[in-house]
Design a protein around this ligand. Structure first.
Ligand SMILES: [Zn+2]
Length: 182
């Protein structure tokens, strides 16, 4: 199958079970979490997204990258970087609590959570890459409900809301957040 991007609709839930790199939204659409190749297993009726990898690229300081939050402590979020300046990469990024906002951060969970897709800027030029999401153009571009797993929509008041269960959550949202409530 073809090259896909995060949030792209790939199938419907009645037909396939989303596994690695894919998820189902509240409308039953199976979407990609990654930049990669969507692979349909017709026998098992599963769909996974295999990340595209290019290992030879070294990121420059100040690069705009995209990645998935794969781990989180009170101090640091671990980011699996899959794209940098529109190139496919595979790199590890670290987002320190001091770089999620210019303001005092009481709780990093109000800014990023595991499973979020973030756009970030690199602060150095060798792995592991230190990241910042302080600027308005950077931050979370896709997040899911911590209660039911559905896509969260950006409300005009600045918070994220789940259209499935009504839960409201906070993040450091980027200007380009993918799902906006209209
Ligand atoms: Zn929900």
């Amino acid at each position: 199958m073809s090259f896909v991007i995060p949030g792209e609709s790939l199938a419907v839930e009645e037909e396939v079970l989303p596994v690695n790199g894919a998820y189902a939204d509240q409308y039953g659409y199976v979407r990609s979490m990654l930049v990669g190749k969507a692979i349909l297993d017709r026998y098992k009726k599963t769909l996974h997204v295999k990340p595209l990898v290019r290992r030879d690229l070294t990121l420059k300081q100040g690069s705009i990258v995209e990645g998935l939050i794969t781990g989180l402590s009170e101090e640091v979020a671990f980011v699996k970087i899959y794209s940098a300046e529109n190139n496919k990469v595979n790199a590890v990024g670290l987002l320190h609590v001091s770089q999620v906002s210019s303001d005092y951060v009481h709780d990093i969970y109000d800014y990023v959570r595991i499973g979020d897709i973030v756009k970030a800027k690199t602060l150095n030029s060798s792995a592991p890459y230190l990241l910042t999401i302080r600027e308005p153009s950077t931050g979370v571009i896709l997040a899911h409900c911590s209660s039911c797993g559905s896509v969260l929509y950006l409300h005009s008041a600045g918070y994220l809301v789940c259209r499935n269960c009504g839960r409201q959550e906070k993040r450091k949202v980027a200007v380009g957040y993918l799902y906006v409530l209209r």
